[in-house]
Design a protein around this ligand. Structure first.
Ligand SMILES: [Zn+2]
Length: 633
C-alpha cells in the first residue's frame, strides 16, 4: 500500500513543518457552507456503496492464492498476478481514503471510525494476501524477469516495480532467514515504544511559575513557552524542561542505543556496509547526497551566524543564547484573508508556473477538492491525499491568517503534484516518492512569499514576511541537518562498537551544537544543559529520515529561484523542467526525477542557490532595518 503509507509519511512531514496549534473551532460541521467542504460523493454515493465495495474486495482477496508459485511460469502469468494485485490496491485506496476522510470530518463520530477500522483491517489483509509476491519475484532469475518484460508489452507499467524489487536481490536472504530477521525486528523496534512512553506519558514534567501563571512543562507546553517574549520565562522554560529530560539521560541513552543497534543488526544481516547505506537504499539515494549535505551546511555556517547576529540585533540582546531562537523578532504578518482571498492569492502566486498549472488549481478550488474550514471534532492540521481516477483531496483548518494561506499554497503544491502525475502516469507509477514530495509543496510556499513581498504596502509587513522565511530556513536547512549530522555520528559510534551511553550522546550533541551555533566565537551561547536536547527529538527513531526536510527545501528553493528569474526574462526552461517532475510520479528514481527538474542533488549547486536566497533575504531585511532603526527593537 504505497499510497497509503506515503500519505501517512506526508502527514508526518506536515506535522513537523507546520507545528500550528489546533484552531479554536466553535462551528459545527453542519454549519459549514457546502462550497467549503470536500465532495466525497465522488468516491462513493453513500455508505452502502462503500460497504458493497468492501464486500467485493474481501471476496476477491483469497483468489490471489491461486497464482502463488506461478509468477515465473510465463509473461502472461506474471502479468495476470500483477494486474490482480494492482486492481485490489486501487480499490483499497479508494475505500481507505473515503473512510479516513469521513473520519477526519468529525473524529467524535462512531460510524466513520468503524469505517476506518474496517479499511485498516483490509490493509492488513491485503498485506498478508500479497506477502508471497516479493520473495517469489526475488527468487526468480533476473534475466528471466527482464525477458518477460521484453516479451509482454503490457508489463511495461510494472517495469519500475519489477526493477525496484530486483534491486534488493543482493540484500535478500533465504525465506527462513528473512523470517528470523523480521522477528528480530519486532524486538529491536521495542525501544522506540519505550522512548515514547517515557517522554510522552511517564516522565514527571515540572510545573513552573512563569510571568503568565503556572504551567506544567510537558513537551507541548515547552514548544509554546520557548517562544515567550519574556526572557526570564523562556530561560526558565529551557532550564526546567531540559532539566527534567536530563534526569533520565541514562534511560534515554539506552533506548536510543538499542534502537541504533537494531539498525546495525538489520544492515549487517542484509549485507550493507553501513547503517546509512542500508537506510538510503530504499529510495536509491547515494550516501554522498547525505554526507555532502552535512559538509555543505558546515561550510555555510557563516550564513547561519549572520542570521544569528541579525536576530540578536533585532531582539536588542547584549548576548544571544540558544534560549532566544524561538521568540518572534518582528511579530506575525498582520494580514487576514477570507478563504476566497486566500484562493485568489495562491492562484496569483503560482503564476510563474504557467497558465495550465494555474487553471488546474483553479479547477480544483472550484470542484471541492478542499475541506477548508475548522469545525468541532475535525482532525487538526492539514494534509493532501488522493485517489487515482478521481482527484486529490486536501484537508485544511483555515483560520484566515497568513500562515493559513501559506498552508493552502503548501497543500495545493502536493495536490497539483498528485493531479499532474495522475494525468500523465498509469496507476502503477502515479505515486510520487517521499524524497521529492516536499519539493512541490515548499516550492509553492516560496512563490507565495515572493508574491506577497511584491504587493506588500509597508516595511513592517515586508519585514515579517522575510523574517518568517528566514526562521523557516534556520529550522529546516540548519537545524534538520544538525540532527542528520548527529544521527550519522551516533550511528558510527555504534558501528565501531563504542559504548553509547546517554552521557556519551550528550557530549557528542553538545559538541556539534556548539560548532554549528558558533559558541566558541561568541555568536550564540550554548549552555551545558542544552546537551540533552537530542532526547527531545523523536525523529532519531525514524532511521535517517530528517535530512530529507533539508534536501527538499534546498531543491525547491533552488528551482523556485531559477523559475522566478527566468519568468522575469520571459523564459520558461526551468518551469517546464519542473512541470515534468510534477507529472512523472514514480516513473524514475527520486534523484533522477530531480535531475530532470534541473537540480542535481549529487552536487552542491542547488545548496549554494538556497544559501544565496537566504543571504538575499538578509540583505533585504538589513536594508529595511537601516531605514527604521527604532522599529528594530
Ligand atoms: Zn507537505
Amino acid at each position: 500500500m504505497q499510497r497509503i503509507e506515503q500519505s501517512t509519511l506526508a502527514a508526518t512531514l506536515i506535522a513537523l513543518t507546520a507545528l500550528a496549534p489546533a484552531p479554536a473551532a466553535a462551528r459545527e460541521r453542519s454549519e459549514v457552507p457546502e462550497a467549503y467542504t470536500w465532495n466525497l460523493k465522488e468516491l462513493y454515493p453513500d455508505e452502502a456503496a462503500w460497504e458493497a465495495a468492501r464486500a467485493s474486495l474481501t471476496a476477491r482477496l483469497p483468489k490471489l492464492a491461486a497464482q502463488k508459485g506461478h509468477l515465473g511460469d510465463s509473461p502472461a502469468a506474471l502479468l495476470g498476478a500483477l494486474e490482480a494485485v494492482s486492481a485490489l490496491r486501487l480499490d483499497l485506496e479508494r475505500l481507505y481514503v473515503y473512510a479516513e476522510t469521513r473520519n477526519d470530518e468529525d473524529t467524535r463520530q462512531n460510524r466513520p471510525r468503524e469505517l476506518k477500522q474496517g479499511a485498516q483491517r483490509l490493509v492488513v489483509d491485503l498485506g498478508s494476501a500479497t506477502s508471497w509476491i516479493r520473495p517469489e519475484l526475488l527468487a526468480l532469475d533476473e534475466a528471466k524477469v527482464r525477458g518477460f518484460l521484453k516479451q509482454e508489452p503490457k508489463l511495461a507499467p510494472y517495469r519500475v516495480f519489477l526493477e525496484e524489487t530486483l534491486r534488493y536481490k543482493p540484500h535478500t536472504l533465504s525465506a527462513a532467514e528473512e523470517q528470523i530477521s523480521a522477528m528480530a525486528g519486532d524486538l529491536t523496534g521495542a525501544s522506540r515504544g519505550t522512548y515514547g512512553t517515557l517522554k510522552d506519558a511517564d516522565l514527571p514534567y515540572p510545573t513552573v511559575k512563569l510571568s503568565t501563571g503556572e504551567v506544567r512543562l510537558d513537551p507541548s507546553a515547552y514548544t509554546l513557552q520557548r517562544a515567550s517574549p519574556v526572557k526570564a520565562d523562556r530561560d526558565l522554560t529551557f532550564e526546567k524542561f531540559f532539566g527534567a529530560l536530563k534526569t533520565y539521560e541514562r534511560t534515554f541513552g539506552s533506548t536510543l542505543d538499542a534502537h541504533f543497534k537494531g539498525h546495525l543488526f538489520d544492515a549487517k544481516v542484509h549485507k550493507f556496509g553501513t547503517t546509512l547505506e542500508a537506510a538510503l537504499f530504499e529510495s536509491a539515494i547515494p550516501t554522498s547526497v547525505y554526507t555532502q549535505l552535512v559538509s555543505d551546511v558546515r561550510r555555510s555556517l557563516p550564513t547561519l551566524h549572520r542570521f544569528l547576529k541579525l536576530r540578536q540585533r533585532m531582539l536588542g540582546l547584549p548576548q544571544l543564547a540558544y534560549q532566544d531562537l524561538y521568540v518572534p523578532t518582528v511579530g506575525k504578518v498582520d494580514l487576514t484573508f477570507t478563504p476566497d482571498q486566500a484562493r485568489a492569492e495562491t492562484l496569483e502566486a503560482v503564476a510563474p508556473l504557467g497558465k495550465a498549472y494555474q487553471d488546474g488549481l483553479k479547477k480544483g478550488f472550484e470542484s471541492r477538492w478542499t475541506d477548508f474550514l475548522p469545525s468541532t471534532g475535525k482532525r487538526p492540521g492539514a494534509y493532501s491525499t488522493g485517489v487515482f481516477g478521481v482527484h486529490p483531496y486536501q484537508l485544511l483548518n483555515y483560520n484566515g491568517q497568513y500562515d493559513d494561506v501559506s498552508t493552502l499554497a503548501h497543500e495545493s503544491g502536493h495536490s497539483m503534484h498528485t493531479a499532474l502525475s495522475y494525468a500523465r502516469q498509469p496507476y502503477q507509477t502515479s505515486d510520487y516518492p517521499i524524497f521529492v514530495a516536499e519539493v512541490a509543496s515548499t516550492l509553492n510556499e516560496n512563490l507565495l512569499l515572493h508574491h506577497m513581498l511584491g504587493k506588500a504596502k509597508d516595511d513592517t509587513t515586508r519585514l515579517a514576511l522575510l523574517g518568517n522565511a528566514l526562521d523557516n530556513m534556520r529550522t529546516t536547512l540548519f537545524r534538520q541537518t544538525l540532527f542528520a549530522d548527529f544521527e550519522l555520528q551516533a550511528h558510527q559510534l555504534v558501528e565501531q562498537g563504542e559504548p553509547v551511553t546517554g552521557e556519551r550522546l550528550s557530549a557528542l550533541y553538545l559538541k556539534i551544537l556548539r560548532e554549528y551555533y558558533g559558541h566558541a566565537q561568541g555568536v550564540c551561547r550554548i549552555d551545558d544543559l542544552m546537551a540533552i536536547e537530542w532526547a527531545y527529538i523523536p525523529h532519531f527513531y525514524s532511521n535517517y529520515y530528517v535530512y530529507q526536510y533539508a534536501t527538499s527545501l534546498v531543491a525547491s528553493t533552488s528551482i523556485a529561484r531559477a523559475i522566478r528569474e527566468e519568468a522575469k526574462a520571459g523564459k520558461a526552461k526551468a518551469r517546464d523542467a519542473y512541470l515534468t517532475l510534477l507529472s512523472s510520479g514514480s516513473s524514475k528514481l527520486p534523484i533522477d526525477l530531480l535531475k530532470d527538474a534541473g537540480v542535481d542533488m549529487t552536487t552542491s549547486k542547488p545548496f549554494d542557490a538556497a544559501i544565496a536566497e537566504m543571504n538575499a533575504i538578509m540583505d533585504d531585511m538589513e536594508k529595511i532595518l537601516a531605514k527604521q532603526p527604532k522599529a528594530a527593537k
